[in-house]
Design a protein around this ligand. Structure first.
Ligand SMILES: [Mg+2]
Length: 189
């Protein structure tokens, strides 16, 4: 599947959601790309997982902000790769540093930088200890088994909307209520 096909499908998936997260945060190694960047040379030309670029572009088009939370011990290599891939400027926050915490300090920094509450964030990572720690902060967190892809995006968005409290749902959803959803929202209350 080409980047455009993935992007269109991701746009379609998001189009079906009443509520989108305000910020989507990605891990790097084994989430956006299929390797540990500390084991690579800056001279290498990196490649992303096949669906990653299309998903990033769809989020950008939908006005969803994006950030990176990585515990890579080689931020210089990570940054070089983000530049080479032409995606570095897409992220409003890039927290790349090794740490003994399971990314809770990364998320505190992202929260300070963006002012976006944890409950309005969606996070993708391939390590369950990071997922556990960050979801305890209130972030909807999805464990990816084979990098970020359309299936993980679908799962993340649906879990995100389940995690919103009913009052939050009606408050935020009322911005763009269709006739049909307006009926179901009324029924819910
Ligand atoms: Mg990882």
């Amino acid at each position: 599947m080409g980047d455009d096909t993935v992007k269109n499908e991701a746009m379609e998936i998001m189009g079906m959601c009443q509520l989108l997260p305000r910020l989507v945060v990605f891990d790097l190694d084994y989430t956006l790309w299929p390797f540990y960047c500390e084991c690579r040379s800056k001279r290498d030309m990196p490649r992303l997982y096949p669906h990653a670029k299309g998903i990033l572009y769809a989020l950008k088009d939908k006005g969803v902000k994006m950030a990176i939370a990585s515990r890579s011990p080689t931020p210089d290599i990570a940054n070089t790769f983000l530049e080479k891939l032409g995606i570095k400027s897409m992220f409003v926050a890039q927290e790349i540093f090794s740490s003994w915490t399971h990314k809770t300090d990364h998320f505190q920094r992202i929260n300070r930088r963006t002012n976006i509450p944890y409950t309005e964030m969606l996070f993708f990572d391939d390590e369950d200890r990071n997922i556990d720690a960050v979801s305890n902060m209130g972030v909807t967190s999805i464990l990816v088994g084979n990098g970020v892809n359309l299936g993980a995006l679908r799962q993340g968005l649906s879990k995100f909307s389940q995690n919103q409290s009913p009052s939050e749902r009606s408050k935020r959803g009322s911005r763009n209520l269709s006739k049909k959803s307006s009926t179901s929202e009324t029924e819910e209350q």
